[in-house]
Design a protein around this ligand. Sequence first.
Ligand code: UDP
Length: 240
Amino acid sequence: SHPALKYHRIVLKLSGEALSGADGGFGIQPDMLGNLAAELAEVHALGVQIAIVVGGGNIFRGLKGSAAGMDRAQSDYMGMLATVINALAMQDALEKANVPTRVQTAIQISQVAEPYIRRRAIRHLEKGRVVIFAGGTGNPYFSTDTAAALRAMEIHADALFKATKVEGVYDRDPARFPDAEMVTKMSFDRFLTERIGVMDSTAATLCRDNGLTIRVFKMATRGNIKRVVFGDPIGTIVEA
Ligand code: UDP
């Protein structure tokens, strides 16, 4: 691998919106996927071991279903299945960019993906395959952010890369306060109180309690993933 890398094994959390291309957008935009895959191919070529956790919010979100009267657990299982659709789309795009991949799901869907097996996932990474984790944690009432934190700890990733719509974590909601300022470095405790809109508290708590470094940065800026793997201080760094 490249000698100047700061992070050698990463978990990248992509929300469903990263695949739909628009804020609150629905479905999958093939050109968004193509751009993302090209960027990931560059990072992969540096020798970075990449695991991806995909969200499903561009297709279905459990909370929305339950707000409309559905049973929450039932609705959450639908959300987990949505992440599988995104994972297969991401896999297709990566393979078109000549990056070898495996999809592992937390809910068995054995015709299209492997089941999640921790040791096997690590082996794939060591062999240079990008592993896409789908189905979240496999449990309702959780989020794919929590799945990303959990998988990152399980595979001993150096950091959790959380790609977002904004540049990082702000001291106030940047959508409401135009003078909100981005914080470049913060402690886990501060992150827990100010992470609103970036990550849910279950995911954030898991990162804090296990000292998992989080790098929050803007998804839409081409080259950002590469900047972060080289340790450029962009976005927000959350660490002990
Ligand atoms: N989900 C779940 N358990 C998990 C992960 C996800 O039940 O461990 C469901 C939940 O309903 C969620 C949906 O899957 O709304 C899609 O995931 P998420 O909202 O995290 O996707 P994102 O916001 O990242 O697109």
